[in-house]
Design a binder for this molecule. Structure first.
Ligand SMILES: [Fe+2]
Length: 264
């Protein structure tokens, strides 16, 4: 699994206000930017406010940032695993809401003693892997209303939502608040194989973080020990973001090369 190369490839060192445009273009093209130098809560908040209109959520503090730390046994309740120290399986943030936040920023404030790595997975890469290796699974995961995320107040969905113009978005959770239709349940091992094949792992130091398009990139966390603290912001981008991510049409995947004839 790649490690720091992903961070380096997307890195924005000490993001200044005039670099917001560069971050926007990374989000638009790749759905991901990595950041460092955000060593204080004030710096995290200022950066977040430059790139998004923050949305308050169940766990956020009065400044609309959320402090992600181990809160002990209360984190064992369904849907609160992020506030514990256990492994968090690959998921979309706020997958149970009708409209999950488009952007998510997570910055490491204090690293764990051991573990706590971030694991990111590009939905576009999952889509491409399934198209190549398990096309029937891909089509099943795009069937409407084949997943339900959340409790009784949750949201019916599907893993992949297709949009006009050869675009798609991904929405997934894999904890006790996820339920899948029999139409897709048998394909979950292939989906997990795809995730394992394309995911990347980041070890964040204090002040380092990532900004993702939550409709394209899934995130996860390894179990950890120690007093790990991260700051998270969720919100709507302050720049245009076309719906979803581009994907190849099913009949464009691994199409055989044209033979003979018409090439100039
Ligand atoms: Fe999360």
């Amino acid at each position: 699994m790649p490690t720091l190369s992903l961070f380096d490839a997307h890195r924005m060192t000490r993001p200044l206000p005039e670099q917001t445009r560069g971050i926007a273009s990374r989000l638009q093209s790749q759905g991901l930017a990595t950041i460092e130098g955000l060593t204080t809560r004030t710096a995290v908040l200022a950066f977040a406010q430059r790139v998004m209109r923050l949305a308050a959520h169940r766990d956020s503090d009065s400044d609309e940032l959320t402090t992600i730390r181990d809160i002990g046994h209360r984190s064992l309740q369904p849907g609160l695993g992020g506030l514990g120290n256990g492994e968090l399986l690959t998921h979309t943030e706020r997958s149970s809401e009708p409209s999950p936040p488009r952007l998510m920023l997570l910055v490491c404030h204090r690293p764990a003693t051991t573990g706590g790595d971030v694991i990111l997975t590009d939905g576009q890469a999952i889509h491409g892997y399934l198209a190549k290796h398990f096309p029937a699974a891909l089509e099943a995961f795009a069937l409407p209303n084949t997943a339900f995320y959340g409790d009784g107040g949750g949201h019916p969905s599907q893993v992949f939502t297709r949009h006009p113009g050869q675009r798609a978005s991904i929405r997934l959770r894999q904890d006790s608040l996820a339920a899948f239709s029999p139409l897709v349940r048998g394909y979950l091992p292939q989906l997990r194989q795809a995730i394992d094949a394309v995911q990347v792992r980041l070890t964040l130091e204090a002040g380092q973080g990532y900004l993702i398009d939550n409709s394209r990139w899934l995130h996860a966390r390894a179990a950890f020990t120690g007093n790990r603290v991260c700051l998270r912001a969720l919100g709507t981008p302050r720049f245009p973001m076309p719906t979803g991510f581009p994907h190849a049409a099913p009949n464009q995947v691994d199409a055989p090369a044209a033979v003979g004839g018409d090439a100039p």
